[in-house]
Ligand binder design. Structure first.
Ligand code: ADP
Length: 342
């Protein structure tokens, strides 16, 4: 079981031109990933995600702050001392980074050879790993004969070979079609649940976070701008960056332009209701409206699953006598988070 702690971590690269200022790739990032957690780091391109991952696996050195992976304080170790620590950290990549001239089995075996495991043991371990990722019968296939999803499964088997406590995933599903992505995400969930491996994944895909992460850190310009339980962060984003990401994956309120179109099409009052994980009894909402003689049509939004909980945002058109609609809005505002849009 491996906990990963980052405290005030920074990474500066020297200025590309003499006299220029340093490139600040990561600035003052603190993340505490609990043992057995799936933690997603999300952000736009250039936010510092890959740099942060390279610092966690010890491929690059932080220029400030502290990084601890399990018992090992990476930032206090010399290069030579880092090598055995890296074996406890598995990594998978967007482009899989496999040896194309080798078979699936040889790819998985490679880290075991590096670790000095005897041949007989290696064979058994490779078979076990390929079985775990559902490729028990594909060991002798060459990498080029495998589909993208199968390649990533080989990548995962290889990353697990030396029994790491933590797995780092760099855009692991971004090169895959949606269905294959789902399969790989399901496999990562098993890696986490059955093997107890802590997973840190970086992605620009909200769907990935929504699907498998427990907690999330949102990065922007090298900084961690928002952090917490996936459901809490998604259902009540605090920064513009997070709001933009959330809008790609969750039902949201109509944009200003869309609202203008809706107002042309719908003459009633438009209100937006937020439902968070059963905090509002939907039947009660609709009964409240019906009892006050107000009819409803849903004009925008929906309900989605986030981290196993439900989140909904519905824009409703309320139609009826003006006073009744006013009363209904007042009653709804008592029961739920409501915003009057028009
Ligand atoms: P992300 O993974 O979120 O797209 P990166 O970590 O790749 O972001 O990059 C963050 C910033 O650091 C970018 O401005 C990038 O140009 C810069 N950067 C990354 N690696 C290097 C490097 N080796 N040398 C100089 N600048 C770098």
């Amino acid at each position: 079981m491996t906990r990963v702690q980052l405290s005030g971590v920074g990474k500066r690269y020297p200025a590309p031109q003499k006299g220029g200022s340093d490139i600040v790739a990561v600035e003052d990032v603190s993340i505490d990933v609990a043992s057995g957690e799936i933690h997603a780091i999300i952000g736009y391109s250039g936010a510092g995600k890959s740099t942060l991952l390279r610092l966690i696996n010890g491929l690059e050195r932080a220029t400030s702050g502290l990084i601890r992976v399990g018992e090992d304080e990476l930032t206090a170790l010399r290069e030579r001392e880092l090598r055995p620590v890296r074996q406890k950290i598995g990594m998978i990549f967007q482009q899989f980074n496999l040896f194309h001239s080798k078979t699936a089995a040889k790819n998985v075996e490679y880290p075991l050879i590096v670790a000095g495991m005897p041949a007989e043991e290696r064979k058994a371990r490779v078979a076990e790993l390929l079985d775990f990722v559902g490729l028990g019968d594909r060991g002798s296939a060459f990498v080029d004969q495998l589909s993208g999803g199968q390649k990533q499964r080989v990548g995962i088997a290889r990353a697990l070979a030396t029994n790491p406590g933590v797995l780092l995933a760099d855009e692991a599903t971004s090169a895959l079609d949606p269905e294959t992505s789902q399969e790989v995400l399901a496999l990562l969930k098993r890696v986490n649940a059955e093997l107890g491996i802590t997973i840190i994944l970086i992605t620009h895909e909200m769907e990935v976070v929504r699907e498998i992460a427990h907690r999330v850190t949102v990065m922007d310009s090298g900084r961690a701008v928002e952090q917490g339980d996936v459901f809490e962060v998604f259902s009540a984003p605090q920064t513009d960056t997070t709001r933009k990401f959330v809008a790609t994956a969750l039902p949201s309120e109509p944009t200003q332009e869309h609202l203008a179109t809706l107002m042309e099409r719908h003459r009633g009052r438009l209100v937006s209701l937020t439902f968070r994980d059963g905090d509002v009894d939907q039947p009660v909402v609709f009964t409240t409206l019906a009892e006050r003689g107000v009819t409803v049509s849903i004009v925008h939004g929906g309900v989605a699953e986030v981290g196993g909980r439900s989140f909904g945002k519905l824009t409703l058109e309320l139609i009826g006598d003006e006073l009744r609609v006013e009363h209904a809005i007042a009653a709804l505002a008592q029961q739920t988070e409501l915003e009057v849009l028009a």
